[in-house]
Design a protein around this ligand. Structure first.
Ligand SMILES: [Fe+2]
Length: 326
């Protein structure tokens, strides 16, 4: 199946992904994992919420952890280029008949909340409180030393429909996987920011969040994090890796937080900013697309994910079998 042509002049301009709000059942346990172990910096906290940012980030937050009985994802957040782009976004979603409304979010200016065609809760904002730079405050670096949020990966029950939607709002495909059985799109990696992806859409029951990823400077940060987790009670929280992906060429590690939310520690993908950058195609039966070194991903990696709040999931629109570790 042909992938859609890139939309180089989108209806409104998204800069990049910026933040995620995740519900957690034990806020203290979540803080110990996300701040003390992964190494994100706490920027504000209340009895019910913790706001965090990574070391390069000047915006107030890239992660919001919220106390809840249900460990779901509340929203995925994106920054646009200007306030005017928010109005253009509202016009676009109104014209498409997609549910949207203005919401109040602490530390953010005008924020437009939208539900994408598959049911994923998104929000778009331009203004966020700015904080002093800490990227050279080396005394603050801890754990995996995350520098910035890098991408979301989302299960979609109709990957083609999801890709068509994100393509329409300006995300451009860098790599994609097809099923050789039926030629259907299995997954696509799509960017606004010039890396391999801000968002990946992956075939599966959904919508669900597969993972949120954070960029680190080099693979040694991944090794350091594994050493820390293995000796501080988190050895079973490591799910897959370390390794090098075929898709994206990035070095990776997947870990699970105390509620099972999946987090990728990620570095060294490549530049994709050219408007005529040509997407790379992968076959679903090629295990090197998952891990260049050949080891297939575990079953949990294909089957488990985080639900979105108040969003029912449905099975994928066709059956296909990726290579899975026994
Ligand atoms: Fe990823």
């Amino acid at each position: 199946m042909a992938i859609p042509a890139p939309v180089l002049h989108p209806p409104f301009h998204i800069v990049r992904l910026n933040h995620i709000a995740l519900m957690v059942t034990d806020l203290a346990a979540a803080r110990a994992f996300w701040a003390d172990t992964l190494g994100l910096q706490v920027t504000h906290e209340t009895v019910d919420r913790i706001y965090l940012r990574a070391m390069e980030e000047r915006g107030h937050h890239c992660v919001i952890l919220e106390r809840s009985n249900q460990p779901v994802a509340r929203v995925l957040g994106f920054k646009v280029y200007s306030e005017e782009d928010l109005d253009k976004a509202k016009n676009f979603f109104d014209a498409r008949g997609l549910s949207n409304r203005w919401v109040e979010e602490p530390f953010q200016g005008r924020t437009l909340r939208v539900v994408d065609p598959l049911g994923v809760p998104l929000e778009f904002y331009f203004a966020m409180d700015r904080l002093p730079a800490i990227h050279q405050k080396y005394g603050l670096y801890r754990g995996g030393k995350p520098l910035r949020i890098d991408h979301f990966n989302c299960f979609s029950p109709d990957a083609q429909a999801s890709v068509d939607f994100y393509n329409a709002i300006g995300f451009r495909i860098t790599e994609y996987t097809e099923s050789e059985d039926n030629g259907q799109l299995w997954a696509a990696w799509m960017h606004r920011r010039g890396g391999v992806h801000d968002v990946a859409l992956t075939h599966g029951s959904g919508p669900r969040l597969h993972h949120v990823a954070f960029w680190v400077a080099n693979p040694l940060n991944v090794i350091d994090l594994l050493d820390l987790m293995a000796t501080t009670g988190y050895v079973s929280n490591s799910e897959r890796g370390p390794g090098r992906h075929g898709i994206s060429n990035a070095f990776f590690l997947y870990v699970r937080d105390p509620d099972g939310h999946r987090i990728e520690i990620y570095c060294s993908d490549y530049l994709t900013i050219d408007p005529d950058h040509e997407p790379l195609k992968w076959n679903l039966r090629d295990p090197q697309r998952q891990t260049l070194w050949g080891a297939p991903a575990p079953r949990s990696w294909f089957e488990e994910g985080t639900l979105y709040a108040n969003t029912p999931i449905r099975p994928p629109n066709y059956q296909a079998s990726p290579i899975i570790a026994a």
